[in-house]
Structure formats: structure tokens, C-alpha cells
Design a protein around this ligand. Structure first.
Ligand code: AMP
Length: 285
């Protein structure tokens, strides 16, 4: 049996009300489609923890910084539905544009603090777009649990913050980053890489993992960040937009490793911007 595709909010609410009547717990997996194993891992986690799973697919114009990036974003709805069916996801919610942003739409959800710096500094308005659409999707689906990837680590923090601050009755579950065999974090944007760029791509994750390992063993944080940055550029990336150590739990800058941390980076390869992050553990000296 295929996954049921729903495009209207009223229909979605009817389905969820029916599930609630039967006592089912509802899981939500928000995505922008072009599904890969990273997304599917979230769906599997949702199927383990809940009784009914809604995957949402909405390429959210408000979170793109350029019209060209939005236009180039891969759209593969039929393939996405075909990937979800064998897993047993119950509904693929693909809201029509007017279900998200009807004429007159004028509200923005804006999270201070964790939205600032890192991707927030490089992509003005991006996290406002993410926060607004995620708030709407969580309220529209009315789920009990929502599943987000650590791949977008800052986004995960932003979503946790807005759910707490707005008293949205849903639990956010963070899921580990799924990688290709050579370490590259899976991303819908990887399809934009040429064969030559794809061969260079692993240098980002490799540099992060090596720096994480050395920092955990007591090496200097600024020295390791500088080494990692040089290695990424030497491999053939055009620029490293940021490469920083932040607190795992609060995303605050961490000049020295005094608690669990995350090394986060964004780098541009050809015309594709890639992000990645790895945990840094304490107490391994
Ligand atoms: P996107 O479609 O890129 O907006 O991503 C939808 C969800 O999938 C977000 O929660 C992402 O963090 C998550 N995600 C994307 N790539 C990965 C990955 N490689 N591993 C785990 N989760 C991922």
C-alpha cells in the first residue's frame, strides 16, 4: 500500500483527529523532500516511537536567501512517495502553497540567541523562515513527537527553543547525522556537486572529525580550528564560512573544551554550500 498524500490542512486535521480517537501517538518528520537515507532514518525513528507517522514535504520559500537557490532546489515528490511507502509511513503531507502562506499572511516567528551566528550570520532571515514554517507544521499536524536531524544542528536548537517558548505540546527528538560511506553528510544539495567536487567533498567531515579527536585529547581549540580550516581549503573548497566550537547543549561559543561541544562548519565547494558538524567529547585526555 502506498503512502497517502494529503494537500489540504482540513483533510489532515480530520485524519489526525481520527487517529487520536483511536488512541494513536502521532510522529511528524518535517522535510523539504528530495528524500535520502538521512530523512528515512528520521522516518524509521518516528515509526519506532509512535503509532502513526506524517512526513511533511514543503519547499519553504521563506527560508531561502536567493531565488536561484529556491528554483534549483530538487523536487522529486513521486520518488519521495515511493521511498516512503515500503517503510510504512502513513501520510505524506504536501501542503498547497495557500495552506502555508495564504494571502495576507503576516506573521513571523523569530528566535533570538541560538539563531544568531553560524548559519544565522551568513543567511539573513533563514532561521525566521525555518521557525515560522516549523511552528506552522507542528501546529497543523498536532503531533506528539517531531523528529529533526543533528545534521542541521543549529536548526535543531532553534526548533527546541521555539517549542519551549511557545508552549507547543510536542516533544522534539534529535537524530544522528547519516553519512555516505566516505563520510560526507547526506544532503539534498549533494546532487548539485560535479564528479570532481564530489571527490573533494569528504575533506570537510574528515577535517572536523580529526579536529574533534585532537581537541578531545587536549589540543588547543584555536590551533585545531585553524588546521581544519587550512585542510578544507587545501582540499579544494572555495571558502570556509565558519568553523567554530560551540556548546552541545546551549550552542554558546566555547574557547576551551570545558563541557561537551560541537564543531560546526559551513564551506562552499564550487557553487554548493555544505554544512556539517561533529560532537566533541570531554575527558578523553
Ligand atoms: P531538509 O529536507 O534538508 O530540510 O531536512 C529535513 C530533515 O532531515 C531535517 O530535520 C534535517 O536535519 C534532516 N536531515 C537532513 N540530512 C540529514 C542527514 N544526513 N542525517 C540525518 N538527518 C538529516
Amino acid at each position: 500500500m502506498g503512502v497517502e498524500i494529503v494537500r489540504r490542512l482540513a483533510e489532515l486535521r480530520g485524519i489526525v483527529a481520527d487517529w487520536r480517537g483511536q488512541g494513536f501517538r502521532v510522529g511528524v518528520v518535517p522535510t523539504m523532500g528530495a528524500l535520502h537515507e538521512g530523512h528515512l532514518s528520521l522516518v524509521r525513528a518516528a515509526l519506532v516511537k509512535t503509532d502513526r507517522v506524517i512526513v511533511t514535504l514543503f519547499v519553504n520559500p521563506k527560508q531561502f536567501n536567493s531565488a536561484a537557490d529556491l528554483a534549483a532546489y530538487p523536487r522529486t515528490e513521486n520518488d519521495d512517495a515511493a521511498k516512503l511507502a515500503p517503510l510504512g509511513a502513513h501520510v505524506l503531507y504536501v501542503p498547497d502553497g495557500d495552506q502555508m502562506y495564504p494571502p495576507g499572511f503576516a506573521t513571523t516567528v523569530s528566535v533570538e540567541g541560538v539563531s544568531e551566528g553560524l548559519c544565522g550570520a551568513r543567511r539573513p532571515g533563514h532561521f525566521d523562515g525555518v521557525s515560522t514554517v516549523v511552528t506552522k507544521l507542528l501546529l497543523q499536524t498536532g503531533g506528539d513527537f517531531a523528529f529533526f536531524g543533528e545534521k542541521d544542528f543549529q536548526q535543531l536548537h532553534v526548533v527546541r527553543r521555539l517549542v519551549t517558548d511557545l508552549d507547543i505540546p510536542i516533544e522534539i527528538v534529535g537524530c544522528p547525522t547519516i553519512r555516505e560511506a566516505d563520510g560526507v553528510a547526506m544532503s539534498s544539495r549533494n546532487v548539485h556537486l560535479s564528479a570532481a567536487e564530489r571527490a573533494i567533498a569528504p575533506a570537510l567531515a574528515k577535517a572536523l572529525f580529526e579536529a574533534s579527536d585532537r581537541i578531545a585529547k587536549g589540543a588547543s581549540v584555536p590551533d585545531e580550528i585553524e588546521t581544519a580550516r587550512s585542510r578544507i581549503l587545501a582540499a579544494g573548497y572555495e571558502t570556509v564560512e565558519y568553523l567554530e566550537l560551540r556548546g552541545e547543549d546551549d550552542l554558546k561559543p566555547m574557547p576551551v573544551l570545558d563541557r561537551p561541544g560541537r564543531l560546526l562548519a559551513a564551506a562552499v565547494l564550487g557553487s554548493t554550500r555544505l554544512i556539517d558538524n561533529v560532537p566533541v567529547s570531554v575527558g578523553r585526555r
